[in-house]
Design a protein around this ligand. Structure first.
Ligand SMILES: [Zn+2]
Length: 170
């Protein structure tokens, strides 16, 4: 599956799960505000520094994917895994360096962490983010989180991307 196909498949998923333009707009607003807040709090837009600052561990894996299905990174329990051997595919598709592709994926996965609302979560008292996420819960929940992580990454790294790459990603 090419990167373009993967993006189109993502669009199909979005339609199938009922994430519409309004939800996407909401995901974008939430994600951009969260990214800006993080950047202001820690005084940097360096994605690796931000990950370290919020206590996220970044691991690298040489796993090379399943038969053409590109998996660039994953996030779970405050650990981001970057699939280094996949990143050149993304870099090539977007016409950017592998290091910028790594930043983009890292920023996306960091978005999953930040949008979980870890920092402010207290037992029995959901954060605004958790309330917003549960508000759109149901079949579209996962798609909403993906869109939010996507916008989060673009807010942090978007300025460093060439115009063509930004167009592909929007
Ligand atoms: Zn994701």
């Amino acid at each position: 599956m090419s990167f373009g196909d993967a993006l189109r498949a993502q669009d199909e998923t979005r339609r199938a799960t009922g994430i519409g333009p309004t939800d996407d707009e909401r995901a974008k607003t939430l994600a951009e505000a969260t990214a800006r807040e993080l950047r202001t709090t820690y005084g940097t837009d360096d994605v690796s520094e931000l990950a370290a600052a919020v206590g996220v561990t970044v691991r690298h894996s040489e796993w090379d994917g399943v038969d053409g299905l590109y998996l660039f990174g994953t996030y779970a329990d405050s650990v981001i895994t970057l699939y280094d051997s996949q990143l050149p595919h993304l870099a090539e598709r977007l016409g950017i360096t592998a290091s910028l592709a790594a930043d983009l994926v890292l920023a996306h996965e960091l978005g999953h962490h930040a949008l979980d609302g870890h920092e402010e979560a207290t037992p029995g008292r959901p954060t605004l983010r958790q309330r917003l996420l549960s508000w759109v819960a149901g079949s579209g929940h996962r798609a909403f989180e993906e869109r939010a992580a996507h916008w989060f990454a673009l807010e942090l790294v978007g300025d460093k991307l060439p115009k063509d790459a930004r167009a592909v990603l929007r």
